[in-house]
Design a protein around this ligand. Structure first.
Ligand SMILES: Nc1ncnc2c1ncn2[C@@H]1O[C@H](COP(=O)(O)OP(=O)(O)OP(=O)(O)O)[C@@H](O)[C@H]1O
Ligand SMILES: [Mg+2]
Length: 347
């Protein structure tokens, strides 16, 4: 378990004080994949650097497995650090060393014998799917491959915690997906607690169970990913949510609507928002089966977080005034947020 108790961090540079962290209280449980999301300068990297004590807090305590890092001797601190692996945005591999040597470094520093090192490096390279690259140099690898080596190196001393600082930010979407899958696998297979920093919501959405949203050195919201992003309270959190949930109605849909509008049928347009509490499919199915309206789904953008949907849908409901009203009532009863959209709002 990792705990921050009233942690603040100030940097002093040329007489200027920067409050990088301001009274952070946070508990990361064993086995979590804990996402820390925030815009540039929010204090995310500072927060992770405090976990491995690369930086010391100005105030407060960082506690790992019931040990107050502030109170440890240097050799005790080294012991704790050994159990913390870290991967970075720019991989931080040694360019002059082979892939094998890069992965071996932490083991050499930990004074393991040659045989143990050899066995471990091969096991790790196999785990990240790069056994055939043992004798290559970093410059001969793609970004995704470099990050796999970074991961293998981070796992060398069997850590209990893995810190990832923007580990996928330099990678394309497909490679990002592959790396996130490996991180998930590490969490499950080796039971490693993961702290993952990102400024991208889709990264959180894909593998984290918990999230903390940071702004100006503070945690403005935290908790289960679903609770935080299903019911965002702060504007910054809402911005992250809308970065994956497209709220705009595509142009084609608008044209279609205007055309129907012209026909003067009793059709109404609604925006339905599913905020985690309602699985979209059963609700929509029952609506279609039970209510006396014709349902036309125009556009939907759904995300799935931990098997629960989060997203929005634009639907037309066609039927008598009463039946449409009843349908809206039915949807609201089932936890769907319903907003009617009048045609002038679309233009
Ligand atoms: N070593 C340092 N000396 C002085 N100021 C620093 C130092 N490290 C960070 N800061 C300042 O602390 C604040 C938080 O920085 P931090 O690197 O933690 O943000 P971040 O959320 O990781 O941002 P990014 O997404 O850009 O990586 C910033 O205002 C930054 O300028
Ligand atoms: Mg950073």
């Amino acid at each position: 378990m990792i705990r921050f108790e009233n942690v603040s961090k100030q940097y002093e540079r040329n007489g200027i004080t920067t409050q990088a962290l301001n009274n952070i209280n946070l508990t990361i449980d064993k086995g979590d994949i804990y996402g820390i999301i925030g815009y540039s300068g929010a204090g995310k990297s500072t927060l992770v650097r405090l976990i491995n004590f690369l930086e010391k807090p100005t105030q407060g305590e960082v506690i790992i497995e019931n040990q107050l890092l502030n109170q440890l001797s240097n050799s005790e601190l080294r012991q704790v650090r050994r159990k913390i692996g870290m991967i970075f945005q720019h991989f931080n591999l040694l360019e002059s060393k082979t892939v094998y040597d890069n992965v071996a470094i932490p083991l050499i520093l930990n004074k393991k014998n040659k045989q143990t090192i050899k066995q471990k490096v091969h096991e790790l390279l196999e785990f990240v799917g790069l056994s055939d690259k043992a004798n290559s140099y970093p410059k001969e690898l793609s970004g995704g491959q470099k990050q796999r080596i970074g991961i293998a190196r981070a796992l060398a001393n069997d850590p209990t915690i893995l810190l990832c600082d923007e580990a996928t930010s330099a990678l394309d979407p497909q490679t990002t997906q592959a790396i996130l899958n490996i991180i998930k696998q590490i969490n499950v297979k080796y039971k490693i607690t993961v702290v993952l920093i990102t400024h991208e919501m889709h990264v959180i959405e894909q593998i984290c169970n918990k999230v903390a949203v940071m702004e100006k050195g503070q945690i403005i919201e935290h908790g289960n990913v679903l609770d935080v992003f299903g019911h965002p309270k702060h504007q910054t959190t809402r911005n992250f949510v809308s970065s994956v949930i497209n709220d705009q109605i595509p142009t084609g849909v608008v044209e279609n609507l205007l055309e129907i509008e012209g026909k003067k049928e009793n059709i109404k347009l609604f925006k339905l928002e599913f905020l985690g509490r309602s699985a979209s499919e059963p609700v929509m199915n029952s609506l279609i089966l039970q209510q006396k309206v014709v349902v036309n789904i125009l556009f939907a953008h759904m995300s799935e977080i931990e098997k629960t949907v989060l997203g929005s849908m634009f639907v037309q409901l066609k039927g008598s005034e009463t039946n449409i009203e009843q349908s809206v009532h039915y949807l609201r009863e089932n936890g769907v947020q319903v907003t009617e959209i009048k045609h002038w709002e679309i233009n």
